[in-house]
Ligand binder design. Structure first.
Ligand SMILES: C[S@@+](CC[C@H](N)C(=O)[O-])C[C@H]1O[C@@H](n2cnc3c(N)ncnc32)[C@H](O)[C@@H]1O
Length: 422
């Protein structure tokens, strides 16, 4: 992003250059007496906007990240519902300065790069981050959040949930120069809810103060022992998150809030539970009314796998998928979409896993095997297979698929596999 230099200068302009001795910050309404340190950040408009909410909303155990002058820590400590404040800054010099100059029994200071040296959980986490893009190579960590400006915020939001109590709040400030859409994306991806508390246009930027909370799904997942939940992908009906459960990476599927479909999640969890008994699908771990969690399958979608794998491996994978199709046909379950399974088969360590059972249903004549034949004969797959010197006789496969359709027995199935994997 190319910033107009005057825009970036606005924040620098707002940073007073003289830096000796304590001061009242120049804001008559505040009784906080600030200290100043050469490598620190003198409280600016963003500080004072955030400070008001720190004083009003902070509760319980408070963590002030990037404490700088300590303005947020001091304001939070003024709220009678605050028990203690831990104030952290990446700069040792800033921390030492605060330790020496801020004498408040409820505030402790620590040097830490974001959460690196932080232990425990907090009811309030306050952060006035460095959020300007590093366009002018000023390399000032008090104001610049990285090349794009939002990198420190991204790292903060990635970890913050592990340090926030279920009903805890985050008070954070950022600017329009940080790219609001990006910040909102990180907030959503980490299952947080966003509330804008205040917006002020100052010089060439808008400054936002926001309050973030864990969303209901995140709280539910954490109650079941799932941590590190993060957005992965979105489908028509479901949203997929990743997380950690018993030290293993898992996937969580929940309802896409934009979908009007009812009962799909419960339904899919039931199918997965049933099919796991036939060794189909990733292992179901937990299910609830509005989400289910299953083992995370790290690998490639089928097309990417076909592109990458050798002829021998492709044949093995195709055979394995066919066996799973046969098992489904025998169970009289139609998975649907196997003629276009682009995002419905993940191959991990040469083992194909069927995923997405949203549309699965019982059927007198399921079409899993024949649909998969269709996929192999379709233009996209066919081209890749030809490139790997796997030439399927389409005419013969169509004939055999028809025979199998009328008489879905093992012998007819074998013939299909033989032609497809010749
Ligand atoms: C914009 S200043 C905010 C200072 C003060 N909290 C306020 O509201 O005025 C950002 C502060 O974050 C600190 N900081 C920058 N990167 C950090 C990181 N990775 N971890 C912790 N503190 C960081 C800087 O040293 C600086 O003191």
């Amino acid at each position: 992003m190319t910033l107009p230099s005057h825009a970036l200068e606005s924040k620098i302009w707002r940073k007073p250059q003289s830096a000796e001795g304590g001061r009242d910050c120049g804001f008559k309404s505040r009784r906080v007496h600030m200290v100043r340190c050469k490598s620190g950040y003198d409280p600016q408009e963003d500080s004072t906007m955030l400070e008001r909410y720190a004083r009003q909303c902070a509760k319980g155990k408070v963590l002030d990240i990037g404490t700088g002058s300590g303005i947020q820590a001091i304001a939070a400590a003024q709220n009678s519902s605050v028990k203690s404040v831990l104030a952290a800054d990446i700069q040792k010099e800033v921390v030492n300065y605060c330790k020496k100059n801020i004498k408040n029994r409820r505030i402790k200071f620590i040097q830490s790069d974001l959460f690196k040296k932080i232990k425990g959980k907090f009811d309030t986490i306050i952060f006035n981050p460095p959020y300007l893009p590093q366009e002018l190579k000023l390399k000032d960590i008090t104001i610049e959040g990285g090349k794009k400006g939002y990198e420190v915020i991204e790292r903060f939001l990635y970890d913050v949930n592990n340090f926030l109590n279920p009903n805890g709040i985050i008070l954070m400030v950022f600017s329009s120069l940080t790219k609001k859409e990006k910040v909102l994306e990180f907030i959503r991806d980490n299952l947080l809810e966003f509330e804008e508390l205040e917006k002020q246009h100052i010089f060439f930027e808008d400054i936002y103060v926001c309050l973030l909370r864990k969303n209901e799904l995140l709280k539910k997942l954490e109650r079941r022992g799932i941590s590190n939940a993060r957005y992965l992908a979105k489908g028509h009906r479901g949203v997929i998150f990743t997380g950690l459960y018993k030290n293993k990476k898992i996937a969580v599927k929940s309802k896409n809030p934009q979908s009007a479909a009812v009962g799909r999640i419960e339904n899919e969890a039931k199918w997965l539970e049933r099919l796991n008994k036939s060794k189909i699908g990733p292992k179901l771990l937990i299910h609830d009314r509005d989400y289910f969690a299953y083992e995370y399958i790290g690998g490639d979608f089928i097309i990417d796998c076909l592109k990458k794998s050798s002829k021998g491996k492709i044949k093995k994978i195709i055979k394995d998928i066919f066996s799973q199709m046969l098992a489904l046909d025998k169970l009289k379950i139609d998975k649907e979409e196997m003629h276009h399974p682009i995002k419905h088969v993940i191959v991990s360590k040469n083992k194909p896993y069927l995923i997405d059972f949203e549309r699965a249903h019982y059927s007198k004549s399921p079409k899993n095997v024949t649909q998969f034949c269709q996929f192999l004969m379709g233009g996209y797959a066919m081209e890749i297979l030809r490139g790997k010197k796997i030439a399927i006789d389409n005419g013969r496969l169509i004939q055999l698929a028809k025979v199998y359709k009328n008489n879905p027995n093992r012998a007819n199935f074998r013939k299909i596999v033989d032609v497809a994997c010749k």
